[in-house]
Design a protein around this ligand. Structure first.
Ligand code: ADP
Ligand code: ZN
Length: 768
């Protein structure tokens, strides 16, 4: 693709928060002007024409007649659609083009809190920004089952008394499943599904009283959180930061604060004070975490601070519980929600604070379905409901840093680590000067440093951001590399699972004995290290050490991972080998040494954010060391100790690093100083995709009209996924240009061939 000259361009990204997206002046009122979306809602008398938004992919608002008794904008309704009945929201007046005589009446008004003007406004604007249809936005906002059902009671199962008379595998799984939810109740289908048993196994245990069966009301409010309970005594620096956040929240208006502090400085402690203030105001708070594995630890902290656990919202939450959370959030029976990015679309009754923890984390960008960045959408939603946003990070994204520099965000810094903990000393190990045997990756210098730590009873972490055993399997006879059948990607050997896995599409196959190309036996060899291979080298070099490998694919459940993390924190391992999973917020008090196996890994490639990401990741990983009273040390194995990014990491000159990055991007008009949109075209055949892409690129008048440039088409870095050929174009526009409107006009010029899929990614984060 035709990269803009002189730039590391492959991924783009964006300043979604900022001009255009935000319009704090419109706080709390609806999209459709007078009468609509105001909190009182417009009343429609029986038989009056109104528009209903449903989740059906029809691309428009449908007209109906108000039912007996009338209804209002924002009401949830059930409407007839062909032979079916579907759920929707009264969106405003009817359009009027459809013959009124043929209109059908709304079936019934559902017993749900009406959707507030603020949320309707949010769905509309977020949809406009990401170029997503309103029905698709409504689907994001209704991800809970049976919302229209009457709130009756239901039969649930929880732990009863005693042990089963005879313990079978199936029975043990039922007991485990009940223990896992810690006293909570499950429905019969949830319990039998989690345990993988038939319902008769559960019923058998009920007969024995080991499992208790009871009628429970659905959708009960969450236990009360008491913001008046005392938190930890804060250090002077923390207290000052907390006071600023409390004051902002107390103001009851929109605002965004970057809360910056090194890992362990007490950011969580401080933003919990902002949560306390919000709850004390009688408003609701939302805390977004980048990783489900972090929720459990956070819930415990909330419980310690406010006396009860908050509502949880993420993929690990049962369907029944989702429904409860959704309803309680709408009715005010949940004061605090802790969750993943989709929690942003919950129907809060009065949202006063959104915390985005680890705001720089790439997992906030949803990469399929609706492509949105939860951090930016949090800012948008807060601006519409007069809420405060706290973006917490030790290593903020350049976007957020720049917004703080520009004065759009308030910046609050936590200067030091809490208590005695200090940031580790960071040094490079110059790999050019280290003697390493073939197929080994731990340098002699790193090895002796690890040995010293273990001898002192401390822990060492070896960091390598690569899952599996080896990234490449090559045939030593013919040079063939084993690749995925459906993707343009090499298969990664996972030795623990005894499989080759494609990290693109998840396809698996057994590790073959002979080369699939030349059929020679016994010549297939792994090339390069993954964490599993590191485990082998560690076992060889430190035979007496207890080793734990932390890699997302090695755990069957978030619970298993949590147990392992707790065991490590309590000293259950001497050496931890980990992928980027360990960089995210876990506390290991005994850990004093971090060894980065390949500090150069992230610097390869031509990603716009390569430097930024490497800088963040290395600093975060290093931040794992020395959190308690023992000073820590971080050693970076690198072949380029003089690379500017490596130098910036070692010197710890963060502001200097950001200023240099920012200057480079500004000079090139790249985000956050310009805007990008990625266009991904895909189809089963390669040629039509290219032809279509080339035709789009030729007809660039609508883009040129706003000063935008189109680059490409070019094969995507992964040119084939799941059998579809992929081509990308990149559109670069000046900041503030009406990009979305121009993109819409541009792609509408051409009719899409039936098999071709076109996806527009505003502010792309990754360009795979
Ligand atoms: P961060 O979110 O910046 O990584 P945390 O809030 O998790 O930092 O704090 C790191 C550790 O220090 C936690 O175990 C936390 O409980 C503890 N801590 C931080 N501040 C205090 C305080 N004022 N009093 C007691 N413990 C604190
Ligand atoms: Zn694949």
């Amino acid at each position: 693709m035709g990269d803009p000259p002189g730039l590391r361009v492959r991924s783009g990204g964006g300043l979604a928060h900022g001009a255009g997206l935000l319009n704090p002046a419109k706080e709390g009122c609806g999209v459709f002007g007078a009468g609509y979306g105001a909190e009182i809602g417009a009343e429609f008398g029986a038989g009056e024409r109104l528009g209903v938004l449903t989740t059906q992919p029809l691309g428009r608002i449908l007209d109906y007649l108000a039912p007996e008794g009338g209804c209002s904008t924002g009401d949830w309704v059930e409407v007839p659609l062909g032979p079916r009945r579907v759920m929707g929201v009264v969106w405003g007046k009817g359009e009027g083009s459809f013959d009124a005589a043929k209109l059908r009446p709304v079936g019934r008004v559902l017993d749900l809190a009406p959707m507030r003007g603020e949320l309707r406004d949010f769905l509309q604007r977020a949809g406009d920004y990401t170029l997503t249809s309103l029905p698709a936005m409504l689907r994001l906002a209704t991800r809970a089952p049976g919302l229209g059902d009457a709130p009756a009671s239901r039969r649930v199962y929880r732990r009863g008394h005693g042990e089963p008379d005879r313990m079978t595998d199936a029975r043990a799984r039922v007991m485990d499943a009940l223990d896992a939810v810690g006293g909570a109740a499950l429905t019969l289908s949830e319990l039998s599904q989690t345990a993988g048993v038939s319902s008769s196994v559960v019923k058998g245990l009920v007969t024995q009283g080991v499992v208790a069966e009871e009628e429970a009301p659905r959708d009960t409010p969450f236990p009360h959180l008491d913001p008046g309970l005392a938190g930890h005594a804060l250090s002077p620096g923390q207290a000052e930061a907390a006071a600023k956040l409390r004051a902002s929240v107390g103001g009851g208006r929109y605002g965004t604060t970057l809360l910056k502090g090194v890992t362990g400085s007490g950011k969580t402690e401080v933003y919990l004070e902002a949560v306390a203030e919000c709850l004390a105001q009688g408003r609701q708070a939302l805390v977004l975490l980048p990783e489900i594995a972090l929720t459990a630890g956070f819930l415990t902290r909330v419980e310690a601070r406010f006396g009860a656990k908050p509502a949880e919202w993420h993929s690990g939450v049962t369907q029944t519980e989702r429904r409860r959370v959704w309803r309680m959030v709408a009715e005010g029976g949940a004061q605090l929600v802790v969750g993943a990015r989709s929690a942003l679309f919950l129907p809060f009754r009065d949202l006063g604070l959104i915390v985005v923890d680890e705001e720089h984390d790439t997992s906030y960008k949803q990469e399929d379905g609706v492509l949105y960045n939860a951090r930016d959408m949090a800012v948008l939603r807060a601006s519409l409901c007069s809420a405060q946003v706290v973006l917490a990070s030790a290593t903020p994204s350049l976007e957020t840093w720049a917004n703080a520099e520009a004065g759009k965000y308030t910046r609050v810094d936590l200067p030091a680590r809490f208590g005695a903990a200090e940031l580790p000393e960071m040094r490079a190990i110059d790999m050019r000067a280290e003697a390493l045997e073939a197929n080994h990756w731990i340098s002699p210098s790193l090895q002796s440093a690890v040995r010293a730590r273990i001898a002192a009873g401390e822990q060492a972490l070896l960091f390598l951001n690569r899952r599996g055993y080896a990234p490449v399997t090559i045939c030593r006879a013919c040079g063939h590399q084993i690749a995925c059948d459906d993707c343009d990607a090499r298969m990664v050997e996972h030795r623990f699972l005894k499989r080759l896995i494609c990290h693109q599409c998840g396809a698996e196959k057994p590790i073959p004995d002979k080369c699939p190309a030349c059929e020679v036996e016994g010549k297939l060899a792994p090339v390069g290290p993954g964490v599993e291979r590191m485990a082998e080298e560690v076992a060889e070099r430190f035979p007496d050490a207890r080793v734990a490998v932390l890699s997302s694919d090695l755990f069957s459940s978030a619970r298993a991972l949590k147990a392992q993390i707790e065991a490590i924190a309590e000293g259950g391992a001497d050496i931890i080998i980990g992928t980027q999973l360990v960089a995210k917020g876990h506390n290991f008090p005994l850990l004093t040494l971090v060894g980065v196996i390949d500090a150069d890994l992230g610097l390869q490639g031509s990603d716009l954010r390569a430097a930024e990401r490497t800088f963040q990741l290395m600093r975060q990983v290093a931040g794992r060391a020395g959190r308690a009273d023992k000073p820590g040390e971080a050693l970076l194995q690198t072949f380029q100790p003089d690379h500017p990014v490596i130098r910036a990491i070692l010197s710890g000159d963060e502001e200097g690093f950001w200023r240099a990055e920012a200057a480079e991007r500004e000079a090139a008009g790249m985000p956050p100083y310009g805007k990008l949109a990625g266009i991904i075209l895909s189809a089963p055949e390669a040629q039509p995709v290219f032809d279509f892409g080339a035709e789009l690129a030729r007809r660039d008048a609508p883009l040129r009209a706003i000063g935008a440039t189109v680059f490409g088409p070019a094969p995507a870095p992964i040119a084939r996924i799941r059998g579809r050929h992929r081509v990308r174009l990149l559109v670069k526009a000046p900041k503030g240009a009406p990009l979305q409107a121009a993109l819409t006009r541009w792609v509408r010029q051409l009719r899409q061939p039936p098999n071709l899929r076109l996806v527009i990614d505003i502010d792309p984060q990754s360009f795979f």
